[in-house]
Design a protein around this ligand. Sequence first.
Ligand code: IVH
Length: 715
Amino acid sequence: MTTLAKQLESLRNEIREHDRRYYVEAAPSISDLEYDKLMSRLNELERQHPDVVTPDSPTQRIGDKLLGDFATAPHRVPMLSIENTYNLGELQEFSNRIQKNLPDAPVEWVVEPKVDGVAASLIFQNGVFVQALTRGNGQQGDDITNNVRTIRDVPLRLTSDALTETLEVRGEIYMTNTDFAKLNERQAAKGNATFANTRNLVAGSIKQLDPKICAERPLRFFAHSVGAVEGLHADNEMDFLLELQAAGISVVPHVRQFQSFDAAVKYCEEFVENLHCFDFEIDGLVLKVNRFVQREQLGNTAKSPRWVVAYKFEKYEAVTKLKEIHFQVGKTGTVTPVAELEPVLIAGTTVSRASLHNAEEIERKDIRVGDFVVVEKAGKIIPHVVRVELHRRTKNVSEFHFPEHCPECNEPLSKDEGGVYIRCTNIECPAQLKERIRFFASRSAMNIDGLGDKIVEQLVNEKYVRTFGDLYRLTAEQLEKLERMGKRSAEKLVAAIGESKTRGLSRLLNALSIRHVGAETADILAKHFQDVDLLLRAEFAELEQIDMIGPIVAESITEFFKGSHGNAVVEDLKSVGVVMTVAASSLPQNLTGKTQTSSVSKPTPSLFDDETNVESHEQKQEQSTTNRSPNAESIAFEPILAGKTIVVTGKLERLKRDEIERLIKDFGGHASSSISKKTAFVVAGEDAGSKLAKAKEIGVQIVSEREFLAMLPLE
Ligand code: IVH
């Protein structure tokens, strides 16, 4: 070997060793500056002697060749996919099949994270990286060799003796969440669009025709499988991965071996609880038969090997940027903060808004505009902000302060006594009025067909409607002046409003938006008093005596009817001919059109303030065209379970115990473990025991998990 050759070889080896320490072990031993110096020296030597440049030299990571298009190449062994399972039952079926096919031998299992990246096959010839292919159609893939060369934890040459003459390693190209965030920050700083998620970014990067662009993306690689090899030492997955690691290839972390399928499944369950600990995206776990001979015995189906299964979990969490905090004023004046987010995909839907619940919550979690936040679908459905990624906070974000004035009417806001909700108490606040009118007209209230959001918006803006009574004074001539309102529809709407006069006391009381009075309480009050005049005269003590009505609700009712506002509302509605006795009701209580599948008693689904889940098709359509998108995105803006004590018992199907209890709290309710007369209702799952019996005994309403979810203003 010439002196130059020796010099080059030692320099390259030194750089390779630092690459390995940095990318594979995550334990660098020199500074970036020192590393850069080594690289410049090598570059300089190779520039002076171009004939000695080898394809595995560290300088060759960024090739200059711009490809016209990707060449395709066949896979030596087809790249199959994996059978997916989504629950423990399906996993068990898989295990039974294996047991049947391998009846005599004990089976060892390996569990690995399923890395949510882009699959790639890497080929090393005599220890030198020579080719990388995408999965393509499984039979042949795109040749992405030049791009994969730029991935720092893919060694261009293996550090130990070659495992085999030809070694095909399969794995996942991915990006860490931290690198992703940094890259997005740089993008934003340059005024460029930011990337939506790591997976798309990885897929887009490796398909760049110019490897220089790919080199700017901090891609990484995890090996997880064996491809085409001959004469491998290892006869099982565990040993194979260890050998790869010894050769300088980074392998998928947290691989565990188990002597039984049950033990492997137990680990899977624990793993799911700790997903947030990883800095890369995981979309499930992979369970593999460890020993290669047993894999051969099992063979493949047309699509996938029989020895491997994926246990996929839907992702309910994502990290995104908080762009803005907006405020939504509800029908009872509650001012709810709403997070405006950089859109992010969570379990199949794009989330761009999430409830922040209340001021205390923002303060406790120290949420600030500009932060990266973890967004989760609470109860797997409603998006909310879990926490801030503090390590990613930049200096320019400042503490958040809740506004002191109503964002809609500018009147001073006040905090609920003892409560956490901040409220606009201006009864004339136009935002509140719109919400109240919208609710008044909704299906579970006065059920006025055709009085959708857009019309309500205009009626309030034009000051045609300032009170509920004003609705009944509207004329077809006035309505015709509204946008897109013809003569016929104006007449129809006037008729529909008129018809609603006889909905009866129960619906009317619900429609009035009295705090803590939903459809259920309204119905109890209507049945008890029969006539609004008797209710108007009722004192706190009398109300509190009524079954299912507690002091908070009783106080709210007296406050409303004894106050001048409530009294005026009732008188006004009376004067326009709205019937206020129970007898007037000729309509069935449940008009929601929802099928009742269970025989257990349940509260009317319209128990709560928000009616998004039960609106008519037309109303929904109209809603989606207005800018009321927060509701369309199923965010709870109002504490709709406020004042309700709810007990959950038995085994639930969809949610975990703490998830359902959090949902109850999210919606302002109280989750309790013991049943009493004050229990609003019981959510009962399978095998519910003594609590269910007690609930039946004292006549507390019982609903199933599905029915409970159906009550909430969700999807
Ligand atoms: S084993 C027959 N192990 O998931 C293929 N795959 O959805 C055997 N994946 O195509 C692959 N992490 O690209 C295996 N630890 C892991 C994995 C993993 C991610 C990918 C792989 C596969 C896809 C199937």
